[in-house]
Design a protein around this ligand. Structure first.
Ligand SMILES: Nc1nc2c(ncn2[C@@H]2O[C@H](COP(=O)(O)OP(=O)(O)O)[C@@H](O)[C@H]2O)c(=O)[nH]1
Ligand SMILES: [Mg+2]
Length: 367
């Protein structure tokens, strides 16, 4: 029988923990081929949460307790995962909030997705069938929807609708692999870092819709300003897409700078200056993308490096052809007065998606 450890971090959840424990173990009868364990990771709650859990432990042999210092949600989870590995040896771990916002009766659905082949199942509030509390104020709704949308767009991974909710099931092989990455993220941003890591390691992702209920007791422990900042910084420093756009801009300056140098300063023929500058920009873009934007798919070894560089040249020639053709077409239709506007539109709506998709599908394919 496969073991699943449901890890529930708690910080002052005395009014909620009782229900959580009962409801989690109520799911056992629905999943006879799984052995459900619940690990409460308490970070030094001052309200007596842990005393309640200790009492409950007498009735539930698969209820476990880990006490940690208060070092943030991410740290509590990592410690919980390591404890599970040492003491329980699970096939899957789950993340769940202990405050009643995640309904434990969804646990069987998570496990079903795992059985169907997923490595990482996310409970999403933002697809059909999921929800956030309807009585939340407008600013809270905007913050929640906005943060998610920012991450989705920042990573250009639109097929995932949820990045921040902490109701998940993850196969343990992936957890072990992720330790060293996740250890740098002690707070709530750990949730975003975990999905990013899973995607970069080609994990099979799945989503199931969940309702995010109103908290039953006490209030959220999140520091919204600090959290928003951490998420923003994480995306900026880890998104291949954002790095790819930055490299594109740098390439523009390399191209322009060398052209200027060769044509204006060295008085070379325009075609020579253009040829040298374009090819230098293509080469520098390729290197920067390989070692920075797509570092997780890095091409190594001189043979494959040259082959990929040639493919990169082909994709780049394609974007020159698209730009030239597109500019010509728009000029014929609308006249030449707004040529710069056409250029900006073509770059944003055609060249950027075209290059990003082909870099991912042709040059830096998944390993
Ligand atoms: N162990 C531990 N649990 C935490 C910590 N911070 C928050 N939690 C728990 O994590 C869960 C989610 O926290 P919550 O404040 O409800 O976040 P929100 O639902 O995103 O507003 C709850 O069960 C909290 O008790 C922490 O530093 N350590
Ligand atoms: Mg909560």
């Amino acid at each position: 029988m496969k073991k699943v450890v449901v890890v529930a971090p708690t910080y002052n959840e005395i009014g909620n923990i009782d229900n959580l424990v009962k409801q989690v173990f109520d799911q056992q009868k629905k999943v006879p081929n799984w052995e459900i364990h619940l690990l409460v990771v308490d970070s030094n709650s001052k309200d007596g949460t842990i005393e309640i859990v200790r009492k409950l432990k007498k009735n539930y042999s698969r209820l476990h307790i880990l006490e940690t210092p208060k070092e943030g949600l991410g740290r509590a989870y990592i410690k919980g995962f390591k404890y599970s590995e040492d003491k329980i040896n699970p096939y899957v771990v789950m993340e769940i909030d202990a405050d009643g916002q995640h309904e434990p009766n969804k646990i069987p659905e998570f496990l079903k997705e795992i059985e169907k082949g997923a490595d990482f199942v996310i409970g999403t509030r933002y697809s059909k069938g999921g929800s956030i509390p309807s009585n939340w104020g407008l600013h809270r709704k905007i913050l929640s929807v906005g943060a998610n949308l920012f991450v989705r767009l920042g990573f250009m991974k639109l097929r995932l609708t949820e990045w921040t909710n902490g109701y998940r099931a993850i196969k343990f092989w992936l957890v072990k692999k992720a330790y060293s990455h996740l250890e740098s993220y002690s707070g709530y941003v750990f949730q975003v870092a975990f999905i990013d890591f899973a995607l970069k390691n080609n994990a099979v992702m799945a989503e199931i819709p969940v309702h995010f209920k109103e908290r039953k007791f006490d209030k959220s422990k999140i520091n919204a300003v600090q959290y928003t900042l951490q998420v923003f910084l994480y995306v900026l420093t880890h998104s291949s897409f954002i790095k790819f756009v930055v490299v594109g801009f740098l390439g523009f300056f390399v191209d322009f700078g060398i052209s200027w140098l060769m044509i204006e300063q060295l008085h070379k023929a325009v075609w020579v200056g253009t040829l040298v500058s374009t090819e230098t920009a293509i080469l520098s873009n390729f290197i920067l993308n390989n070692y920075w934007s797509f570092a997780h798919k890095k091409i190594e070894g001189s043979g494959s490096f040259v082959k990929s560089f040639l493919k990169f040249n082909l994709v780049s020639s394609g974007s020159i052809a698209i730009q030239t053709g597109g500019m010509q077409l728009l000029t014929i239709i609308f006249g030449r007065k707004f040529w710069y506007l056409y250029k900006v539109l073509i770059i944003f709506f055609v060249i950027i998606p075209y290059s990003y998709i082909l870099y991912n599908k042709v040059v830096w394919k998944n390993k």
